[in-house]
Design a protein around this ligand. Structure first.
Ligand SMILES: O=C(CO)[C@@H](O)[C@H](O)COP(=O)(O)O
Length: 238
């Protein structure tokens, strides 16, 4: 559905932000096939654009890819802009079929600035089994602060997927959730962080799967997970 408003109804500073975020989101979409996280037109990336005068986030917008467009055709101009109730505000094509899930996540998690969805092979295989990825690697402690949880099975088309993402991640340090029988969704302070979480999610899903073929991996001690997570999130790369 299209909004009754247009981009011209928003402050110039926000329109400038939209122009910049369209470039950022278009560029980040190229990372999904580059890291082999999607095939064909599967997957999507979005980033929030905060309203400079409305602090509660209710008037924020987000930029997301158009539905069903080949990754090699995605340009900044083709990116679409939606309101947080998932309505199309600006764009020449229909927004992603996962727009409702991204919108619900932004409405209910104000700190989230970016959302990514992929069908990456190993993470999606774990999602098909409905099994959380156990925290057996320091890389998992660093990025996910514990296991990567599984969210409920939800059919696309309403708020069900978004509700499953929010209900699962609100109580977890993980920026990734494996939606049962579907695939990973990731969140972050911006779209680049959410893309990184999607790349790392697939990497650890593969490594832990291979480890399980060799035997039973050894879980990390909770105190070690906490110290590794604090270091990585607050010291590493600063
Ligand atoms: O998982 C799904 C649909 O269930 C999506 O990831 C599609 O695979 C991509 O949809 P668009 O973003 O192109 O609409």
């Amino acid at each position: 559905m299209s909004s009754s408003r247009t981009l011209q109804d928003y402050p110039e500073a926000m329109r400038d932000q939209v122009r910049r975020v369209r470039e950022v989101v278009a560029g980040l979409h190229a990372e999904l096939p580059r890291y082999e996280l999607v095939v064909w037109t599967a997957g999507n990336v979005s980033q929030r654009v905060r309203h400079p005068q409305v602090a509660d986030g209710s008037q924020d917008l987000f930029v997301i890819k158009p539905s069903g467009v080949s990754y090699d055709e995605l340009t900044a101009e083709l990116m679409v802009v939606c309101t947080l109730d998932g309505q199309l505000l600006d764009g020449t094509r229909a927004p992603s079929s996962d727009t409702a899930a991204h919108a619900y996540t932004y409405r209910h998690m104000p700190h989230v600035g970016g959302v990514v969805h992929t069908h990456s092979t190993y993470a999606t295989a774990w999602a098909a089994r409905g099994e959380p990825i156990p925290c057996v690697l320091t890389m998992m402690a660093d990025e996910f602060g514990g296991p990567i949880p599984v969210g409920p099975f939800a059919v696309i088309g309403d708020d069900s997927i978004g509700r499953g993402i929010v209900d699962t991640l609100s109580g977890s340090r993980s920026p990734a959730v494996l939606m049962a029988n579907h695939g990973p969704f990731t969140i972050g302070p911006d779209a680049r962080a959410a893309v990184k979480a999607a790349v790392m999610c697939e990497e650890v899903a593969r490594t832990v799967h291979i480890s399980l073929q060799l035997g039973e991996p050894t879980p990390l001690d909770a105190s070690h997970i906490d110290s590794l997570y604090e270091r990585y999130q607050n010291v590493y790369g600063q």
